[in-house]
Design a protein around this ligand. Structure first.
Ligand code: SAM
Length: 279
């Protein structure tokens, strides 16, 4: 049966409709589902964490490839469908939980690594991305995520572009992001109002940051007023209580122009300045 018909059948037989409040846009294009599941190179050794399995269209591909799939779903109605649909599958663990409240250590072994795969609910894309990066990066190998196209652009952009910002620097701190492909609205049921893209983030440590707290405080303060000069953004957010003269001296010592804006600094330059301050 085609994925679209099967999706409609699961909805109808359970008297369900896609819930907007949970960002439910189900993937109904089999080729795209196969293409997403192929990105993280899943083997029978792998533990996959799926965020928001919904009716299980992507889950079905993942359980065939992985050793173990842990799927976190907030919607009780979806859980009921998933329990019926995958009743015979022994390598799927369904967890009815808000992903933003999950402590991943409660679900995996201390040395277990995970690969995250998700068609994310768009209403909480950024909080989910930040949570995974900040809390799960030690146990995560990669993330394969469907996001709004404009979020994908922010994830992969380079300095001096309009999309470059806190998300870009965060992602680059924890890993390397690449865009896999765009997905047309017709691949979803119901169709979202925005264009979507699948992105792949390989988690890897590339930057030698001395003090993580100072680094992230600096990035946040720097981007607090995008249009302003970096000096003014740092001064107006009272960054580390530094005076304008002290800020100017720090930037000058690191070869940053007096009138530079945050978006002009590469991630390496953010690291350089933060490490200078930390020392
Ligand atoms: N994976 C399915 C697919 O591709 O067809 C559904 C994807 S749909 C875009 C997003 C899914 O995330 C929905 O099933 C929704 O119920 C679930 N969801 C929304 N908010 C959530 C949350 N806070 N925690 C866990 N799952 C959530």
């Amino acid at each position: 049966m085609k994925v679209k018909e099967e999706t409609l059948r699961w909805l109808k037989s359970n008297d369900l409709r896609a819930k907007k409040k949970y960002g439910q846009n189900f993937l109904i294009d089999n080729d795209i589902l196969e293409d997403i599941a192929a990105i993280p190179n899943i083997s029978k050794e792998d533990t996959i964490v799926e965020i928001g399995p919904g009716l299980g269209n992507l889950t079905e591909k993942l359980i065939k490839k992985a050793k173990r799939v842990i799927a976190f779903e907030i919607d009780e109605d979806m859980i009921k469908v998933l329990e019926t649909r995958f009743a015979k599958e022994s390598n799927l663990e369904l967890v009815k939980k808000d992903i933003l409240k999950v402590d991943i250590k409660d679900h995996i072994k201390s040395n277990e690594k995970i690969k995250i795969v998700a068609n994310l609910p768009y209403y909480i894309t950024t909080p989910i991305l930040f949570k995974i990066l900040e809390e799960w990066s030690d146990c995560t190998e990669s993330m394969t995520v469907m996001v709004q196209k404009e979020v994908a652009e922010r994830m992969i952009s380079k300095s001096r572009s309009k999309d470059y910002g806190i998300l870009t620097v965060n992602i680059d701190y924890y890993g390397t992001a690449t865009k896999a492909f765009d997905v047309p609205n017709s691949a979803f049921l119901p169709q979202p109002n925005v264009t979507s893209s699948v992105t792949f983030i390989k988690i890897e440590k590339k930057h030698n940051v001395i003090n993580k707290e100072i680094f992230f405080k600096f990035v946040k303060a720097a981007f607090s007023k995008r249009r302003k000069k970096l000096t003014n953004s740092l001064e107006s957010t009272n960054f580390l209580g530094l005076t304008k003269e002290e800020i100017n001296k720090i930037l000058e010592s690191n070869g940053i122009k007096e009138n530079a804006r945050a978006e002009e600094l590469s991630v390496e330059e953010f690291v350089k300045v933060a490490n200078y301050i930390a020392k």
